[in-house]
Design a protein around this ligand. Structure first.
Ligand SMILES: *Cc1c(COP(=O)(O)O)cnc(C)c1O
Length: 498
């Protein structure tokens, strides 16, 4: 299988090259040149498999330049007992009849990013070797919180790599910040950007697009790559758990093989929901993909109107990993929805860059609601949802997952559709314990770690060990910079002369 650029101005590459490059030279995203179909007997065979075997089966369809042994090694290094605290890796938990929570947060950093970022470093080092890459790979990440820590944990001390993470100083929770600033490892660098996530992401995109800067790194035998959700090596592991969840529903006799389901995804950069879309294109029977946003509801408007307009107030919410106004992965959806029309995509992305907005054509606008439904909710609604789901169903939601549940409620009220639904649960409630405690206990403030303990006492759930130990860990990373100073900061973190 080959990977094209969504903008059509770069040559097609194999998976290993797409993974090391991260983004295509023309600024587009790598997209598979076709989407493999899951035949019925293949689905049946997979239903007997473990999560790891399902992952291998699906990765094999996309990473056709990897050997079976290579894929097996990557999967086993990523999804194992040391890294995940649940033997099913991504367990599907029944909350009530017709409502299933796909818990994607049993990995080392307690958020769904681990599902991809435990695997990516291994895909990356094998890819680099395949490409005869001799330079050191410098992973450059802009994070809204969860990606940063998950990438640091994934790449920590992986030979031949370094990792540099920029996070928005005021855009992450205290636990998230501590997770990053305490990160250990000899190849890890962390800096706080004075600004919001889009400032950090724009800074990183500029560095990637700056030939002179990349030339300087090359002189030091280094090469930039990305672990952001635009990297194909992050998307493909995410397809696995949607297929796996469907197989689990059939195996548990909650649906019959072939029945359609709804999938609700709390969305920011559009990566996780895009993986669900790929799963449906591969043949997983999906009625609607429900795109849930917080007050940064640019995607809700887009799906409803066909106009993407980022010219709006950026809102800081209690679901910070979704505080995003530029959903980069949407470009891949447009690629599929337009039947791979590079020209239209180039025009829209140019409009986005120059005017902060674009309008898709009539045909595309009408096509999107066939598959997608979108809604959003406020922080008050998020807190109310956490409280009511806990009180009525004894299921504890983190604020991101609560956004999804709230929007799902709105969907059912609007449409009356009661199709069996899988909600992507993207973080442990303890990762955002402050907001969850506020919602349940009506506490407005307090020491975050004391609140986590109160939450544990109230709910009878355990604080994940990796979060508990943050209390006493040493802060190792203290660098701060402005969005404009990110290139210089990167050079000095890497200890390279100007
Ligand atoms: C990253 C993240 C999201 C958003 O996922 P996208 O792939 O960016 O849409 C939602 N919830 C949590 C907890 C996250 O970490």
């Amino acid at each position: 299988m080959y990977y094209q650029s969504s903008r059509g101005q770069s040559t097609a590459v194999k998976a290993a090259e797409a993974i090391v490059m991260g983004i295509a030279p023309d600024g587009g995203l790598f997209v598979p040149d076709f989407i493999p179909r899951l035949k019925n007997d293949f689905m049946t065979a997979m239903s007997q498999m473990t999560y790891q075997q399902r992952a291998e089966a699906i990765l094999t369809l996309y990473l056709t330049d990897f050997t079976a042994d290579e894929i097996d090694a990557c999967v086993n290094k990523a999804y194992n007992k040391e890294k995940f605290d649940h033997s099913s890796i991504a367990p599907l938990v029944k909350v009530e009849e017709g409502f299933f929570s796909l818990e994607l947060w049993h990995g080392p950093t307690s958020a769904f990013k681990d599902m991809a970022l435990q695997l990516l470093p291994h895909l990356m080092t094998i890819s680099a070797a395949k490409n005869q890459e001799k330079r050191e790979i410098v992973i450059l990440v802009a994070t809204s919180g969860d990606t940063g820590k998950a990438a640091l944990a994934g790449f920590q001390d992986v030979p031949g790599t370094r990792i540099v993470v920029f996070y928005p100083q005021d855009g992450v929770s205290k636990v998230q910040q501590r997770q990053m600033t305490t990160q250990e490892g000899n190849n890890v660098y962390v800096a706080a950007v004075i600004g919001n996530f889009d400032d950090a992401q724009s800074g990183v995109k500029k560095i990637f697009a700056d030939p002179a800067f990349n030339e300087r790194l090359n002189d030091h035998n280094m090469k930039l790559s990305s672990a952001n959700s635009i990297n194909w090596g992050r998307l493909v592991p995410q397809i696995v758990y949607y297929v796996s969840a469907y197989l689990d529903l059939v195996a548990g006799k909650h649906i019959n093989a072939g029945d359609k389901i709804n999938i609700v995804v709390p969305t920011g950069n559009f990566g996780n929901i895009l993986a669900a879309y790929y799963a449906s294109m591969m043949g997983v029977p999906v009625h609607k993909l429900i795109c849930a946003s917080n007050a940064n509801n640019v995607l809700t408007d887009f799906i409803q109107t066909g106009t993407y307009d980022r010219n709006r107030q950026f809102a800081k919410t209690i679901s910070p990993s979704m505080d995003i106004l530029i959903s980069s992965n949407l470009e891949r959806l447009l690629y599929e929805m337009t039947g791979h029309d590079h020209e239209r995509i180039c025009q829209w992305m140019k409009d986005l860059q120059q005017q902060g907005k674009y309008d898709v054509d009539e045909e595309t606008r009408l096509k999107i609601p066939d598959k997608f439904w979108a809604g959003y909710c406020s922080d008050d609604e998020t807190r109310a949802t956490i409280k009511s789901v806990w009180e009525q169903k004894q299921y504890l939601l983190d604020p991101h997952t609560a956004v999804a549940v709230n929007v799902w409620d709105k969907y059912r009220q609007t449409t009356g559709d009661n199709t069996v639904t899988v909600i992507a649960s993207t973080a442990s409630p303890f990762k955002f314990g402050q907001s969850v405690a506020e919602a349940l206990l009506d506490i407005a403030d307090g020491d975050e770690f004391e609140l986590l303990q109160k939450l544990a006492d109230l709910t009878g759930k355990d604080i994940p060990a990796a979060i508990e130990e943050l209390k006493t860990k040493e802060i190792r990373h203290k660098t701060e910079c402005s969005g404009d100073n990110m290139p210089e900061t990167l050079m000095s973190l890497l200890q390279l002369p100007d």
